[in-house]
Design a protein around this ligand. Structure first.
Ligand SMILES: [Zn+2]
Length: 458
């Protein structure tokens, strides 16, 4: 077999044949000719057989490594004139327009980025983290399903920090499919407003176009039932997809709630139990820190050190403790004190949202919890109890609609783990792409799974 034939088979690039292969000291360079006769615009479907000219230099793409060798594809591209995009170098089927990597290479990088840590990806594929960010943005834009905002009924809107210094993403979760379906940079009412604008894009564009009063479109025939009429009014006012939202779960801040009440007034606003439990963990941590400072001030350094280590013991679920942590746990239990009382309060709260309880049970238990917290003489828990009391209706609505902690916790934790990995990115879009590729409606596969192997006839 000739070397060029062997490489044609090895590379698995569509639409090319290999002309020449050159081994350099650190790379293999493969020169290919583009096989298709019609030239295709890289930005649209337009194709033509009329060639304007040929570029004077080769275009270079990096492809999947060959063993320990870097592999480069070189090709001379022709240029065409697209009626819409002007003069362009022709598009190639094996790479996205304007980028220096083949689709297979980008596919591998995206798959790795969703599964392993930053330094592993950088070292294995030998590119920097911001290049990874640009690659996953392109893959995400290609793979995202345009219909993912259809059929939303119960959603959650939440903010997550993607970088230090309070840089946030607003994410929208579909509670039924348990996926992140939409996201944007920023937090609060503005972020949620952008979501509602994207949800009913037609409505947003109709609103922005001033209508002349003379040529109002004639309203459709009035519907029969009052209920149907109500629905149609809502659709006209807030949009088709916003009008079918049944519930929106939120954190306890005012920003998202304001937007949700305005843009989907029929939806029931729930408080995501995940955030309630998270707030209890925060209160517990405050109590622990106060106690630790007291120990340090009275000069008991040993106890202070042990107590600092106890942080994770207190925040973890008892059933998830390691043997060593379990020993610390029993010490804390024996010692009693503020931290232990705070811990039992937090665990009592967590149990309420663990699932399996009726709305009535939960409402009784929440009231019992808030009065216990009020009497606890632990300032963070007194405050926490007041917050819970204020949001009682929203918390109970979540339980009534089946939005319990078990349902939201796994996805929330996954999102937070992923955004930690995104910390090194310099752009919010890259961080968002990583979240969408990992927790969104996209299934990534490594490149070899995308190429169905062709079995040769014996
Ligand atoms: Zn074009």
């Amino acid at each position: 077999m000739r070397v060029t034939t062997a490489f044609s088979r090895l590379l698995r690039l569509t639409g090319v044949w290999v002309k020449k292969v050159r081994f350099e000291h650190d790379r293999v360079v493969v020169f290919v000719a583009l096989r298709r006769t019609r030239l295709v615009c890289p930005l649209c479907e337009y194709s033509t057989s009329a060639r304007r000219d040929t570029r004077s230099v080769d275009t270079v793409w990096r492809h999947l490594d060959l063993g320990t060798w870097r592999l480069e594809i070189h090709a001379r591209r022709r240029r065409l004139r697209c009626p819409e995009h002007g003069v362009r170098a022709e598009g190639v089927p094996f790479a996205r327009p304007g980028c220096e990597f083949t689709r297979d290479f980008e596919c591998l990088v995206a798959w790795l980025a969703t599964r392993t840590d930053k330094s592993t990806v950088k070292r294995l594929v030998r590119i920097d983290w911001d290049t990874v960010g640009r690659i996953i943005q392109r893959v995400c834009a290609d793979e995202l399903d345009g219909d993912r905002l259809d059929g939303l009924f119960d959603i959650g809107i939440d903010e997550v920090s993607w970088r230090k210094q309070h840089r946030y993403l607003t994410l929208v979760v579909d509670h039924h499919r348990r996926r992140v379906v939409w996201g944007t940079e920023g937090a609060g009412a503005a972020g949620a407003d952008r979501f509602f604008a994207a949800l009913d894009r037609d409505l947003a564009s109709a609103r922005s176009q001033p209508q002349s009063p003379d040529i109002q479109p004639r309203p459709p025939a009035p519907p029969d039932s009052p209920r149907e009429r109500e629905r149609e009014d809502a659709v006209a006012l807030i949009g088709e997809r916003a009008a079918q939202l049944r519930a929106i779960s939120l954190d306890m801040g005012p920003g998202y709630a304001k937007s949700a009440r305005e843009r989907a007034p029929q939806a029931i606003i729930c408080i995501d139990p995940y955030h309630v439990v998270q707030l209890a963990n925060k209160a517990l941590d405050e109590v622990r820190r106060d106690y630790w400072n007291q120990l340090r001030q009275i000069g008991d350094q040993d106890a202070a050190k042990r107590f600092k280590d106890a942080r994770w013991v207190l925040l973890k679920r008892p059933e998830n403790l390691t043997d060593k942590q379990a020993a610390t746990y029993h010490e804390l239990e024996q010692a009693g004190g503020d931290a232990w009382r705070a811990y039992t309060l937090k665990e009592a709260l967590r149990a309420i949202f663990a699932g399996g309880l009726s709305v009535n049970d939960v409402s009784v238990l929440i009231d019992r919890f808030t009065s216990r917290a009020a009497r606890s003489r632990l300032a963070p828990f007194v405050r926490f109890g007041q917050t819970i009391r204020k949001h009682r209706d929203g918390i109970l609505a979540a339980i009534r609609l089946g939005i319990n902690q078990g349902r939201t916790e796994a996805l929330n934790n996954k999102v937070r783990l992923i955004t930690r990995r995104a910390y090194g990115f310099h752009s919010a879009d890259a961080a968002l792409a990583l979240v969408m590729l990992t927790c969104g409606p996209i299934t990534l596969q490594p490149p070899h799974e995308l190429h169905t192997p062709r079995r040769r006839q014996p």
